[in-house]
Design a protein around this ligand. Structure first.
Ligand code: 5AD
Ligand code: SF4
Length: 570
């Protein structure tokens, strides 16, 4: 047993620090040789077995982040960089956008420079997604192009390094280094703090990998650097990982166990964003509403049960600690002019207290994502979602009773193992019954390691999956068209994002329900102000809705507004 453990640890150690010499053809200057020497001595003083037994880094006390002595001794915070220009490419979900900001924040502190094009870069870092086969195929194709670019690179530019970050690095580990020789760096979702060292190893001509998952890494002290030019809305990561183990899903394997970021660091980030003029914050996490900060002082909570009625989990729900409802309460009190949203929740974690808070707090958007995945109880059980169709519908009704006018959105997977026509019809009927404002619809994609891969039969043929997906899309659109049609004639509070992509004479923004609203950009006379008023990005405005489609609303600009004194819709 012990020897098995040891060999597993050594195996991990090998993965963590996989180094292979590159060809001797890379001619180096004396300075580079000196750097190699320095690097070798760092490697000699590098990680020991204990570093893997107690994986680094443990989420540090934020007060200590400026102190280099607190970093593991083999991670240098200030490498003498020669090739220091990095270029990021982000694939997949919003979590990956946030991860890019975290990774960049870490590299920036270590003296790296971010460039805007791959051709200028010394290192190209792809932040990857593994959720479906198609997402991975996109990365493999991109790697082929990058390998070619690497070969063609002129000597004067120095060697180009390619790094794979995030879920795909975690899922495929060493297989990538063997399969795609162009890859120099692998960093799993919990290894971004190690990026300066990994880049430094790669620069010396060796491959480097760290794919250790952590039980407690939340990057709580790393303030993400906002990369979007749109500083109106922002995403704040509040938890990482997922314990739900839905049978089709790779996320628990690539992003590891669920852990929540301490409340104080979330509040600090939201305050900072508010002071920078950000008007909308979306709290982010794989199972965002199972947030629980067990390190926080326990508030006397009135929460009845952490689980919604008719829902179960495969793990014991946590009691105590600071729950999602408390966090949402505190975040929404920071800035009354800041809209708050959250994604992606699990239907099991919607106790009534969360719904009450959403109804009562003017700046928490009346918009909820409730991923259903299927409308058939039989399929839901095979997916291990922890609820039946009936429990899900009860939850939807409960939400609508608590929050009149609430906008609902969902995720669905079609063609899961052994899904019959009857199951499929049930999903179509759920789409009709709920009438979602938005939906993300996917064909099932078998992922290795998952329970479905090991125990079930992916027996729905691709053409059937495709046809069922098209049917889901058609029904969803039909319903969304009706939902949006009902908004015609109402006045909506819209947060302006910028110029419409379709026409430079239009502005566009989002209403409280997160539906896109487009309106003509022009000045109008104001009753209370001497000058005419015109909407600008970042303003809240009132828009009278005059037409709709399944995707968006079109309206007439009525005037400037604010969040506190304007109803979201009337
Ligand atoms: N195949 C297809 N879709 C999937 N999702 C997760 N895993 C798979 C898979 N193997 C979808 C789910 C989830 C969303 C983020 O991606 O609908 O909610
Ligand atoms: Fe995947 Fe299920 Fe976790 Fe969502 S809740 S990330 S679908 S395992």
């Amino acid at each position: 047993m012990e020897s098995m453990k040891l060999s597993r640890l050594l195996c991990r150690a090998k993965l963590w620090f996989s180094c292979r010499s590159l060809s001797s053809s890379i001619a180096r200057s004396q300075r580079a040789t000196a750097r190699k020497e320095e690097f070798r001595s760092r490697v000699a003083a590098g990680p020991h077995l204990k570093d893997f037994v107690n994986p680094v880094p443990v989420a540090p006390d934020p007060s200590s982040v400026e102190d280099d002595d607190d970093l593991p001794h083999y991670i240098t915070d200030s490498p003498s960089l020669i090739y220091n220009k990095v270029y990021f490419e982000t694939y997949g979900c919003q979590m990956n956008v946030n991860d890019t900001e975290i990774a960049w924040s870490i590299l920036q502190k270590s003296g790296y420079i971010r460039v805007n094009s791959a051709t200028e870069a010394d290192a190209i870092l792809l932040v990857t997604c593994s959720i479906r086969e198609k997402a991975e195929q996109t990365i493999w194709n991109r790697l082929k192009q990058l390998a070619f670019m690497k070969q063609k690179r002129g000597k004067s530019q120095g060697p180009l390094k390619i790094g794979l970050l995030g879920c795909m690095a975690e899922r495929l580990k060493e297989e990538i280094l063997q399969r795609e020789k162009a890859v120099d760096i692998l960093a799993g979702p919990d290894a971004y703090r190690d990026l300066p060292r990994l880049l430094s190893v790669a620069e010396s001509g060796q491959q480097a990998a760290n794919v250790l998952l952590s039980l407690d890494e939340t990057y709580a002290d790393v303030m993400p650097v906002q990369t979007s030019s749109n500083s109106i809305s922002s995403f704040v990561s509040i938890m990482r990982g997922c314990n739900n183990m839905c049978t089709y899903c790779i996320v628990p394997f690539t992003r590891g166990r669920e852990r929540s970021r301490p409340v104080h660091s979330i509040l600090e980030e939201v305050r900072m964003l508010s002071s920078q003029g950000v008007k909308e914050v979306t709290l982010l996490g794989q199972n965002v509403n199972s947030y629980c900060d067990t390190s926080a002082v326990q508030f006397p909570t009135t929460e009845t049960s952490p689980l919604s009625r008719g829902f179960s989990t495969i793990y014991k729900p946590r009691q105590g600690g600071l729950h999602f409802v408390d966090l949402l309460d505190q975040v929404s009190r920071i800035d009354p002019e800041m809209r708050i949203r959250f994604t992606s929740p699990h239907p099991k974690d919607f106790p009534d207290e969360v719904l009450h808070l959403i109804r009562e707090r003017h700046n928490i958007c009346k918009q909820i994502h409730i991923p259903a995945q299927s409308g058939s109880s039989r399929v839901l059980e095979a997916m291990r979602r922890g609820y039946t169709r009936e429990a899900y519908i009860d939850l939807v009704q409960n939400m609508r009773e608590h929050i009149p006018g609430v906008s609902l959105s969902s995720d669905f997977i079609t063609g899961f193992c052994q899904e019959t026509e009857e199951d499929h019809q049930q999903t179509l009927s759920l789409l009709r019954e709920v009438s979602y404002n938005a939906a993300f619809l996917f064909a099932y994609s078998m992922r290795k390691k998952t329970k479905a891969f090991h125990r079930m039969n992916d027996n729905v043929p691709p053409e059937v999956k495709k046809r069922r997906l098209e049917e889901l899309i058609a029904v969803f659109r039909e319903e969304a068209e009706k939902v949006n049609q009902r908004a015609v004639g109402s006045t909506q509070l819209v947060l302006v994002e910028g110029v419409s992509k379709r026409s430079s004479s239009d502005l566009c923004g989002r209403n409280d329900g997160n539906t896109k609203v487009v309106f003509h950009d022009h000045s109008i006379a104001s009753n209370s102000l001497e000058n005419d008023v015109r909407a600008r990005p970042g303003d809240y405005v009132l828009v009278k809705i005059i037409s709709s489609s399944s995707q968006s609303l079109r309206g007439r600009f009525l005037g400037l507004a604010n969040l506190q004194s304007s109803p979201a819709y009337s």
